[in-house]
Design a protein around this ligand. Structure first.
Ligand code: GLN
Length: 491
């Protein structure tokens, strides 16, 4: 097996045993990226010098018999809305094209402390607004399973990097599904932890009451490893909760499969592609065979989730994005006949169409006379959605449903119809509104050979359980043995 095909757990083991050096692993991943990324377009920038230096330090520590961290020598890709000190953080926007972050995000500090190697920054929809990575100001990322298709979004670069073996694990962000949906489209594992489990200090805000940093990986053990490293109380994010963090790694295999699984009837309704339904049904059969009980449940307010999300997320985005005014960050328009004109020209030239659309919607729903009708109403719907989940979790250990009603679609197929794209977030958005954790695991392929994702949702702070449940399934299906055929990267 080639080094780039190994999981993080395997890479770490080889490095600790002295069979591989962190430096040779890092160099191997860079050559893999050089070979494959011209076609796929997962990365916006690479941190070659910094990464090789860090790898060298890790090797020296190991040689000296010093303590090494959880992620010793693991090559990691980072979505480009998470700050890495002294490197560019663009959020795939022209407005931040030259923004150099003066500090590390908390998750990057954790990766550094645990001896992980950040190899580069990945593409996304501008400011994480989108579901296909087509809204990047810089380039379109392609789905490694078929280059005519989108990788999903907004963490499409991170998902594609994992699917094409261009990083061992990756960080993404999930405001309405942006880790789980691209994971489903690219046939990898995507975990969105509970709101509050991982500090967002240093992640560029989109919808602050929904945003959460998550992981993309080849398998469930790697998600557990990366979550173990980044889940950590941090008082610089006031929403980060100081709760004991379980040992995700050592307890991963210790769940008795006699669990009860809730299957929400609202998630198997109109709009769900037949092939997706079949793949998820087959997944449920696997659990049944293992001894799980399948219970039909109802989450009655699901149909209002997309509408509520696109009010709340745009309202928060319009406020968060007001800081990009040409004064404090990045790009400034050359038209500077007075400060107001400069603000206007900077924002008109610096933001793409989708971001402008969201800012306009957000300002509209927050404006006087509309606030009660939209924002307040949406917040009430949000509470109802959360209580739907609360009552369901009184009866079941987890909820299983499709991650997305459709598999990956073709580049440009939906980009001219924003509403259609918004509606396809229907199965991922409710978890963000409720703040609960969710994981997407691959559960099959379509007849066109594109991956399908199955989503497992859990109670607040029950990441361990959904990881364990995902692991049970993965062991049976062994999907990670199935790989995209990348002809242009044949060794
Ligand atoms: N697709 C959703 C949106 O466009 C979710 C994005 C995300 O989770 N960052 O808002």
């Amino acid at each position: 097996m080639n080094t780039h095909e190994l999981t993080s757990v395997q890479i770490k083991k080889n490095i600790l045993s002295g069979d591989m050096s962190a430096k040779s692993v890092t160099a191997e991943f860079f050559s893999r990226v050089e070979k494959s990324d011209t076609e796929i377009g997962a990365y916006l920038s690479l941190n070659k010098e910094m990464a090789l230096k860090k790898a060298d330090e890790v090797d020296k520590k190991i040689k000296a018999g010093a303590h090494v961290g959880l992620l010793a020598g693991v090559p990691i890709a980072v979505k480009d809305n998470i700050c890495v000190a002294d490197s560019i953080t663009t959020c795939a926007s022209k407005i931040l094209a030259n923004y150099r972050s003066p500090y590390d995000a908390h998750v990057i500090e954790r990766i550094n402390d645990e001896d992980g190697i950040v190899i580069g920054k990945t593409n996304l929809d501008e400011f994480a607004m989108g579901s296909s990575t087509e809204h990047s100001a810089f380039k379109i990322t392609k789905n490694p399973w078929d280059l005519d298709y989108v990788p999903g979004g907004s963490s499409g670069g991170s998902a594609a990097a994992i699917a094409a073996d261009m990083a061992a694990v990756a960080l993404g962000s999930d405001t309405g599904g942006s880790v789980r949906q691209p994971a489903a489209f690219c046939g990898v594992v995507g975990l969105k932890p509970t709101y509050g489990r991982v500090s967002r200090y240093g992640m560029v805000a989109f919808g602050s009451s929904l945003d959460q940093i998550g992981t993309l990986s080849k398998d469930v053990a790697d998600s557990s490893l990366l979550l173990q490293a980044i889940a950590n109380y941090d008082k610089r994010d006031s929403t980060c909760v100081n709760l004991e963090i379980p040992d995700y790694i050592s307890q991963l295999e210790s769940l008795d499969p006699g669990i009860s699984i809730g299957v929400p009837k609202e998630y198997f309704a109109e709009g769900l592609k037949d092939e997706v339904r079949k793949a998820v049904d087959t997944g449920l059969d696997i659990y049944k065979k293992l001894g799980a009980k399948i219970v039909e449940i109802s989450l009655p307010h699901t149909e209002y989730a997309v509408a509520a999300y696109y009010i709340i997320a745009t309202a928060e985005a319009s406020s968060n994005l007001s800081r990009y005014d040409g004064v404090r960050y990045g790009f400034r328009s050359q038209q500077s006949s007075g400060i107001l004109k400069m603000y206007e020209a900077t924002r008109s030239e610096g933001f793409g169409d989708e971001v402008k659309r969201r800012i306009m919607m957000g300002n509209y729903v927050l404006s006087a006379g509309h606030y009660d009708a939209y924002y307040l109403k949406a917040s009430k719907v949000r509470t109802l959605i959360k209580s739907d989940f609360d009552s369901a979790f009184e009866k079941v250990d987890c909820i299983i449903c499709p991650t997305s009603p459709v598999p990956a679609y073709k580049v440009n197929e939906k980009s001219s119809d924003p509403l259609e794209m918004y509606l396809s977030d229907v199965y991922t958005i409710p978890a963000n509104l409720a703040g609960i954790p969710g994981i997407s695991v691959p559960c099959g392929l379509t007849s066109d050979g594109l991956p399908i994702g199955m989503q497992i949702l859990g109670k607040h702070f029950d990441e361990l359980k959904i990881l364990q449940i995902a692991r049970l399934f993965e062991k049976e299906l062994n999907f990670n043995a199935v790989k995209p055929k990348l002809d242009f990267t044949k060794e």
